[in-house]
Design a binder for this molecule. Structure first.
Ligand code: 6PG
Length: 480
C-alpha cells in the first residue's frame, strides 16, 4: 500500500502508448502513479525509465488509486471497447466523488457519452480524450483532444497542455467540449487521416503510371512538395517510405508489401456518423472504401482476368507540368477532405450541443498529430475570421488554392480515367466541388421521380409550399 497520496496523475495500461504517456508526464515534472494488470510491466517501466522523473508504481489497482492526490485523475490506456469498461468497473468502487477517469484510447464517441453519463450519476468525471501522434507523439508531445466537464479540464488541462506538442508556443491541446466531444474530434481526425493517406497514395500511383518513374524518384518529388503548401508529416514520411529499399530483396520496399490496406475502424466510424448526420464526407468515405476494396482479393483477381489492359498507355508529354498538375490536384482534393471533415465536426457539435471551436480544433492539430500540416494554420485563420464560414472552400486562401488548381485537377482526373488508373478520392473530391458550385443539380429530377412513384411531394422554385402531381391521372398539381 502506498504510504501517502503523492501522485498528481495515474496511468493504468502500460502498453506502448500508456507507457510513453506516463514517461512524458514524468519527464515534464509530474509525479505519475503507474499500474498495469500484469505488474511485471509496471516494474519494467520503473526499472528502465525510473530516472526520467517520479513514478509511483502500484502493484494492485487499490495501491495505485491510493497513491493519487485528490481529486484523483486516472488515465486509462487500454484497448477500446470491453477492456475499457472492465477497467472502469474495477476503478469505480475505489474512487470518490469529484475524481476523474480519463479514457485516452480510440473510443467511439457514443461509448464515451454513455460512460460519461453513467459516471456522472455516481459523482465522477469522465474525460474521453483523443490522443494522436502514435508512440513517438505520446512520448515527445502528442496532440491531445480532451472532452468532459470543465471541472475535469481544470485539473487535467495544465498537465495535458504541458506534455502536448507546441507550435509557436501554443499547446496542441484544448478543452474540446463536454462528454463525447474529444473522442468525436479524434474520430474525425482519423477520418481525415484516411483521406489524406488515400490522396497521397493516388498521387503516387498517378506519378508512377504517368512518368513511369521508380518509387525512389517519386520520393524526391514528395520531398520537394514538402517544402511548399503541402508540407505535412504524412508527405514527409511518404518520401521516407518510398525511398526505402527492402534489405532482403534489394527491391523497393513499396513493391514487396502486399497491396491490401487494413483498418482498425475509426475511418468507418467517421463515415457511419457522417451518414447519420447527413454530411457528405466523400473523400473520407472513398478512402475507407478504397481500403476495403483493396482487401477483396478474389474479386480483384477475377476482374483482372476479365478485363486485362483496360486503359490506353499513358504518355505524359511534359514531365514537370504533369508533376505540378498532380501537386495542385492533390492540394485541391486535400482541401476538400478537410472542408468536409470540419463540416462534420460542426454538424456533430450542433447535434450533441458541444459548442466545438473549429478554429481551436485546427490549432491543436498543427502539431503532434498524424495529420499535422502547414495549412492547418490557414484553417485556423479562416474560422477565426469567420466562425460561421459556410465551407472552408470559400475562405480566401483555400478559394484561391482550389481555383488555381481546377484546370490541373480536371486534367489529372480525366487523364487517369483514360489511362485506367483508379483515383476514387481525387475524382470524388472534384465531383463534390463541381456539385457544390453547380447552378442547378439534377436533384430536381430525383424529386420528380419520388413524387411520381411515391407521392413524396416536391417544392417549386417559384412558390412556397409542397406540391404533388397526379402522375397516374390527369397530371394536375395540387398543394400537398
Ligand atoms: C493517431 C492515429 C492512431 C492510429 C490509427 C490507425 O492519431 O495517432 O490515428 O490513432 O495509428 O488509428 O488507424 P487504422 O489502423 O484504422 O489505419
Amino acid at each position: 500500500m502506498a504510504e501517502q497520496a503523492t501522485a498528481q496523475i495515474g496511468v493504468t495500461g502500460l502498453a506502448v502508448m500508456g507507457r510513453n504517456l506516463a514517461r512524458n508526464l514524468a519527464r515534464n515534472g509530474f509525479t505519475v502513479a503507474v499500474h498495469n494488470r500484469t505488474p511485471a510491466r509496471t516494474r519494467s517501466l520503473v526499472a528502465e525509465h525510473g530516472d526520467e522523473g517520479t513514478f509511483v508504481p502500484g502493484e494492485t489497482m487499490a495501491d495505485f488509486v491510493a497513491s493519487l492526490e485528490r481529486p484523483r485523475a486516472v488515465i486509462v490506456m487500454v484497448k477500446a471497447g470491453a477492456p475499457t469498461d472492465a477497467v472502469i468497473d474495477e476503478l469505480v468502487p475505489l474512487l470518490e466523488e469529484g475524481d476523474i477517469i480519463v479514457d485516452c484510447g480510440n473510443a467511439h464517441f457514443a461509448d464515451t457519452r454513455r460512460r460519461e453519463e453513467a459516471l456522472r450519476a455516481q459523482g465522477l468525471h469522465f474525460s474521453g480524450t483523443g490522443v494522436s501522434g502514435g508512440e513517438e507523439g505520446a512520448l515527445l508531445g502528442p496532440s491531445i483532444m480532451p472532452g468532459g466537464s470543465a471541472e475535469s479540464y481544470a485539473k487535467l488541462g495544465p498537465m495535458f497542455e504541458k506534455i502536448a506538442a507546441h507550435v509557436d508556443g501554443v499547446p496542441c491541446c484544448t478543452h474540446v467540449g463536454p462528454d463525447g466531444a474529444g473522442h468525436f474530434v479524434k474520430m474525425v481526425h482519423n477520418g481525415i487521416e484516411y483521406a489524406d493517406m488515400q490522396l497521397i497514395a493516388e498521387a503516387y500511383d498517378l506519378l508512377r503510371a504517368g512518368l513511369d518513374a521508380t518509387p525512389a524518384e517519386i520520393a524526391e518529388i514528395f520531398r520537394d512538395w514538402n517544402n511548399g503548401e503541402l508540407e505535412s508529416f504524412l508527405i514527409e514520411i511518404t518520401a521516407d517510405v518510398l525511398a526505402h529499399t527492402d534489405a532482403a530483396t534489394g527491391r523497393s520496399f513499396v513493391d514487396i508489401v502486399q497491396d491490401r490496406a487494413e483498418q482498425k475502424g475509426t475511418g468507418r466510424w467517421t463515415v457511419q456518423s457522417a451518414l447519420d448526420l447527413g454530411i457528405p464526407i466523400t473523400g473520407i468515405a472513398e478512402a475507407t472504401f478504397a481500403r476495403s476494396l483493396s482487401g477483396h482479393v478474389d474479386q480483384r483477381e477475377a476482374a483482372r482476368r476479365a478485363f486485362p489492359d483496360a486503359g490506353e498507355k499513358w504518355q505524359v508529354a511534359d514531365r514537370d507540368a504533369f508533376v505540378e498538375d498532380v501537386r495542385r490536384a492533390l492540394l485541391a482534393s486535400k482541401i476538400v477532405a478537410y472542408a468536409q471533415g470540419f463540416d462534420h465536426i460542426r454538424a456533430g457539435s450542433k447535434e450533441y450541443a458541444w459548442d466545438i471551436d473549429l478554429g481551436g480544433t485546427a490549432t491543436i492539430w498543427r502539431g503532434g498529430c498524424i495529420i499535422r500540416a502547414r495549412f492547418l494554420n490557414r484553417i485556423r485563420e479562416a474560422y477565426d475570421e469567420q466562425p460561421d464560414l459556410p465551407t472552408l472552400l470559400v475562405a480566401p486562401y483555400f478559394a484561391e488554392a482550389v481555383g488555381a488548381g481546377v484546370p490541373s485537377w480536371r486534367r489529372v482526373v480525366a487523364d487517369a480515367a483514360r489511362a485506367g488508373v483508379p483515383t476514387p478520392a481525387f475524382s470524388s473530391s472534384l465531383a463534390y466541388f463541381d456539385a457544390l458550385r453547380a447552378e442547378r443539380l439534377p436533384a430536381a429530377l430525383i424529386q420528380g421521380l419520388r413524387d411520381n412513384f411515391g407521392a413524396h411531394t416536391y417544392q417549386r422554385v417559384d412558390r412556397a409550399g409542397s406540391f404533388h402531381t397526379t402522375w397516374a391521372g390527369d397530371r394536375t398539381e395540387s398543394p400537398a
